[in-house]
Ligand binder design. Structure first.
Ligand code: ASP
Length: 328
């Protein structure tokens, strides 16, 4: 029988309690055995309790520890499933995709909108589909949710209350688990499987909005090692009024702070060559995040800053498609 490593980090899937009482982490392993016994017919499962927390508690250091744990243990298994809260699942999935280059086995993250212990729950099907994907799916970091398998560093949480909680607008699903389970070949990773758990969390994600005062942003820059700007549309921000954000780009350049621009639009990505503000950002050395999600861009920048000093190498890393996170 094939072997799957099941790492639990926490989230609603393993929680207990009912409204109006807050959901709290529950006894995951016993619940799993009693609520989804058929899971153990699909594969020999080994359970590993990494943590049992709401996913908003997980931090960049948690991603590094999880990547290291996976790297240490994956050799003994055919694939891995990670149960995770949905709120920051996209962040962890992105981080693992960068921290585990050369991945040659499926690593599938899943979660649920309702706890496994409840009768009406999406957790049972998500778990069964995730284990199926860990056995048959592509050898990369993926997210399995509501009968679909997505590339991990492409997903966004799109619903807080429906079962189709995730989508990857710029990357077609890598699998559909309907009557049949069908999978794409997936991302081809180069080199041996290894772990690069470096991370520098001194990154800020700045969402541009009408009324944003650059004077609020500028004092933050000395505390940062990198900045991701979530701009309008193709990469736009104001440059003409007293609220011009150009001084932020100028000051970031002076401080040798890498700036990556991504889009608030969910589909397609930024093209800094089209409009005046994008061109001005390019002149200040800003990097185009292409069609990366904001979470993938932030995590990739944290990971890059852990490896390289600001400069050409870091810029090239951000512009290169490392793990399928950007188109082109
Ligand atoms: N707050 C929960 C978490 O992210 C939500 C969920 O699991 O769906 O841990």
């Amino acid at each position: 029988m094939k072997r799957v490593l099941l790492i639990h980090t926490g989230g609603t899937l393993g929680m207990r309690g009912r409204r109006p009482h807050a959901l709290k982490p529950g006894a995951f392993l016993s619940t799993l055995r009693s609520r989804v016994p058929e899971l153990f017919e699909l594969a020999e499962l080994e359970l590993d309790l990494f943590s049992n927390v709401d996913s908003s508690e997980l931090q960049p250091e948690s991603w590094a520890a999880l990547a290291t744990r996976l790297h240490q243990r994956l050799g003994d298994f055919d694939g891995a499933v990670i149960t995770h809260g949905t709120d920051t699942l996209a962040w962890t999935a992105s981080a693992l995709s960068f921290m585990l280059p050369g991945l040659d086995k499926p690593v599938v993250l899943t979660g649920a909108q309702r706890p496994l212990a409840e009768v009406r729950t999406d957790a049972r099907l998500n778990l069964i589909d995730a284990v199926t994907s860990a056995l048959q799916g592509p050898a990369e970091v993926t997210v399995c949710f509501d009968s679909h398998l997505y590339r991990g560093n492409r997903v966004r949480k799109v619903s807080a209350g429906e079962y189709d909680a995730f989508d990857s607008p710029n990357c077609p699903p890598l699998g559909v688990l309907g009557v049949d389970a069908r999978f794409e070949a997936g991302w081809r990773s180069k080199g041996r499987r290894r772990v690069e758990p470096t991370v520098d969390a001194a990154v800020f994600l700045l969402k541009v909005f009408p009324g944003l005062d650059p004077q609020v942003v500028l004092p933050m820059l000395p505390h940062l090692h990198g900045l991701v700007v979530e701009a309008h549309g193709s990469g736009n921000f104001p440059v003409q009024s007293e609220r011009s954000l150009l001084p932020v780009f100028v000051e970031a350049k002076r401080r040798q702070l890498p700036v990556v621009v991504v889009s608030q639009a969910q589909r397609n990505g930024v093209d800094l060559s089209i409009y005046e503000s994008g061109q001005a950002a390019l002149e200040q050395g800003a990097l185009s995040g292409g069609d990366m999600t904001s979470s993938a861009a932030v995590v990739k920048l944290m990971h890059a800053l852990g490896q390289f000093r600001p400069g050409r190498k870091l810029g090239a890393y951000m512009a290169t498609n490392i793990a399928g996170e950007r188109t082109g």
